[in-house]
Write a protein that binds this ligand. Sequence first.
Ligand code: FAD
Length: 123
Amino acid sequence: MKTNDVEILVIGAGIVGIATAYYMAVQHKRSRVLIVDEGQPMALTSAQSGENYRNWWPHPTMADFTNHSTDLMEEIARRSDNRIHMTRRGYLLVTREEKPEELLQQLYAGYGPQAEKLIRLHE
Ligand SMILES: Cc1cc2nc3c(=O)[nH]c(=O)nc-3n(C[C@H](O)[C@H](O)[C@H](O)COP(=O)(O)OP(=O)(O)OC[C@H]3O[C@@H](n4cnc5c(N)ncnc54)[C@H](O)[C@@H]3O)c2cc1C
């Protein structure tokens, strides 16, 4: 691709840059997308990730945002016969707090009206 053919230039080939370019191409049908990176793709922060995902955030906006991301990943998993090896093994959150009420309040706030249905507590 010649440089003057490029419509959208994505700087950085980590997971965010690659996802941006992917959705520009697949969802928004843009064909003149170029990703550049000063190093190797997926070699910096994205190479360190534990690849876990969760939607526990203390604010409903972040819960919505991560729910949307999870929906997008599930769609990719469905369409690709789960080539991304997505699993739902759950997320174990452990705290040294003897009284975790504040953490729990954040959890309820993040999930909003759905909280009672979604949260399971074990003593
Ligand atoms: C130890 C660890 C564990 C993690 N575990 C999880 C997890 O379980 N779940 C989760 O959701 N998140 C996790 N994260 C966070 C997650 O990995 C990052 O949020 C994510 O990888 C960031 O992606 P990115 O594309 O923004 O950045 P990067 O992967 O850092 O990509 C940025 C790219 O931009 C390039 N770049 C930068 N500046 C320039 C420039 N001027 N010109 C050209 N290229 C440039 C870099 O070379 C790099 O390739 C973890 C992070 C760490 C460190």
